[in-house]
Design a protein around this ligand. Sequence first.
Ligand SMILES: Cc1ncc(COP(=O)(O)O)c(C=O)c1O
Length: 383
Amino acid sequence: MSLFNVYPLNPIAITKAAGSRVWDDKGQEYLDMYGGHAVISIGHTQPHWVKRIEDQLHAIAFYSNSVIMPIQEELAKALNEISGKKDFQLFLCNSGAEANENALKLASFHTGRKKIIAFKKSFHGRTSLAVAATDNPSIVAPVNETNNIIFLPFNDIAALETCFASNGSEIAAVIIEGIQGVAGIHEASDAFLQAIRKACDAHGAVYIADSVQCGYGRSGQFFAHDHAGVNADIYSMAKGMGNGFPIGGILIAPHIQPKFGMLGTTFGGNPLACAAALAVIEVMQKENLIKAAEEKGTFLINALKNTEGVKAVRGRGLMIGFEMEAGLEDIRKVLLNDLKIFTGEAKPNVVRLLPSLAITMEDINLFLTGLNSAIQRLKQNAA
Ligand SMILES: Cc1ncc(COP(=O)(O)O)c(C=O)c1O
């Protein structure tokens, strides 16, 4: 049987990993500036994370959500503490799309309304409502098409206010990434997030902060939306939450009340996933990784801004995007094939850096040296 061929693959088989390094099946080492797509938060195969999962595996791996699971309550408490969202509630699921799907559904249950405001170039996942709220028609199947999503320009306060003025009583939710990832690393402005908060309050709509990629400390705050000094009503999380163990979730403000059966899942919140998520928070706290993301990110962003050949450096903390000057567009290929450095991309021409928050300064400098050599090689080839 063949694999269903939906991923354009690098011809590299990664079979081993530690910290910010991965190795292929031939023993070749690579520096991982991509973090397996922003997933590796505390480092590959981090020892405390491995042990916490191992210990949990010996105790119990799974039981359904029909019994009390103390480890879920432990995770909720740890999340309240690290996020600063003290009285929020936690619903656990398995992925980013599922987190957004549940967030949107919950907003609709809560308000009794159907319309969702989403933004140009947004990405919220590939399941039904999450993909409908994603601004990429090529991944929306006919069955996912709906008139319930209103796409507005990103960071346009006037367009937001006009939309609320004419449709306010129908809007269930506004969903927005604090920093758009797939779009190529574009930050929502503080003023825009504050305007969303104000409009949602005025019209009884739910503010959903998609923090799947930009959350979990990556931006230098637990949620990227925190930089704007506003609270959302629902935060969706996944990627960094489990450091590679599949888990997602939503943090829900106290005024949104649960009802039996409103949301549910078989695997969401299973003990193994909770153990992985707890290990992540424990390491983040012990190693002060949110502050580290801020400091190392600032260093890296400044260094990139001073690198000849690099332009349009964007982002915050360790969620960084940049473009290359004309003639240097093949930079990612040279970095990977010649210098053995993984980076991410955003179409058409953005290099995305999403490394582990535990990356060392030594590895950051190694990356910068590698980038400079790749630029020199491309320039020599063109000469
Ligand atoms: C902002 C954002 N939301 C949602 C998702 C979907 O997450 P998942 O792939 O875990 O379903 C992604 C994935 O890249 C994302 O970047």
